[in-house]
Design a protein around this ligand. Structure first.
Ligand SMILES: NC(=O)c1ccc[n+]([C@@H]2O[C@H](COP(=O)([O-])OP(=O)(O)OC[C@H]3O[C@@H](n4cnc5c(N)ncnc54)[C@H](OP(=O)(O)O)[C@@H]3O)[C@@H](O)[C@H]2O)c1
Length: 273
């Protein structure tokens, strides 16, 4: 049996692209998401095209009580997970007063707690030769975005624990890679939970729109490089922007404050008409 990668959120977007790129490199795949049929279709495609093994497991990862069940299901397949990609994620956008409590908890569980429980669940598998964890966070993790703060803070928390675990798990031979994408052309934006007011205020991308296949290829290259143990910021423009966020943080915060107040007044004004 070859090396095995478990990819969460493999039924679309970046996760689907990454599953394909890893299959090209000969990895067997465990594909996780909620849509069983889509995952099974992808498993069939990977087995047929790339001659690898692939299994589909449908699981709602925001249901934290079921994570140990998922770990058990994977062990029952008789495979050891060498690469764990925590990619599944969801956005939530709107004024705090309008957001539903259940939705908030679901997003925090999916984006932040589930990755931690999965890493813990597969530690035994990963602690061997060339074990690798990949956490997909976001460039937005480092920016204060009003109405989007629940999502961005889950990604900031994931970024923080990614850095901590990179140091903590190094003695076990486990690499921990953080991925910081900018705007990608995926279903993420349509799947984001949006409150009624925020629906009127949605804006287009604030940077270049990246193809998820391009991003997936950059990540797969790093997973396959046994000497790489760091962060991936795909795309030149986003790499430059990413390197400027920390030094310019006070300016960025002031800019966002002004921009939001202007935008907020426009939206509220238009709603009173
Ligand atoms: N697109 C962007 O611009 C962008 C930018 C920065 C970071 N990101 C991050 O990139 C990652 C991948 O997102 P994407 O852009 O590829 O979006 P996407 O096309 O919407 O894919 C999200 C994936 O997550 C899975 N998922 C959602 N909720 C789930 C749940 N409760 N349990 C299990 N799986 C769940 C979905 O599968 P099912 O529907 O089958 O469950 C889907 O496969 C996310 O972590 C996102 O935050 C995206």
């Amino acid at each position: 049996m070859g090396r095995v990668a478990l990819v969460t959120g493999a039924s679309s977007g970046l996760g689907k692209g990454l599953a394909r790129e890893l299959a090209v490199k000969g990895y067997d795949l465990v594909l996780v998401g909620r849509r069983r049929e889509t995952l099974e279709e992808l498993a069939g495609e990977l087995k047929g095209k790339y001659n690898v093994d692939a299994w589909a497991i449908d699981q709602d990862l925001s249901d934290l009580g079921k994570i140990s069940e998922l770990v058990g299901k994977v062990k029952n397949l008789g495979v050891k997970v060498n690469v764990l990609v925590n990619n599944a994620g969801m956005g939530i956008y709107g004024p705090l007063s309008e957001l539903n409590e259940t939705d908030i908890v679901r997003v925090v569980n999916l984006n932040y707690i589930a990755p931690i429980l999965l890493i813990k669940g597969f530690l035994g598998d990963l602690a061997g030769e060339r074990g690798c964890v990949v956490n997909v966070t976001s460039l937005a993790a480092h920016i204060p975005v009003p109405w989007f703060g629940i999502y961005t803070s889950t990604k900031a928390a994931l970024a923080n624990i990614t850095d901590a675990l990179r140091i903590e798990l190094k003695p076990l031979g486990i690499r921990v890679i953080g991925v910081y994408p900018g705007y990608m052309r995926t279903n993420f934006h349509n799947n984001t939970i949006v409150s009624p007011t925020a629906l009127r205020a949605r804006e287009g991308p604030m940077g270049p729109v990246m193809d998820p296949t391009y991003v997936a290829r950059r990540i797969a290259e790093k997973i396959d490089d046994p000497n790489f143990n760091g962060d991936v910021v795909p795309g030149f423009t986003y790499r430059v922007a990413g390197s400027l966020i920390r030094p310019l943080y006070p300016l960025i915060r002031r800019y966002v404050d002004r921009w939001f107040n202007r935008r907020y007044r426009e939206i509220m004004g238009s709603m009173q008409v």
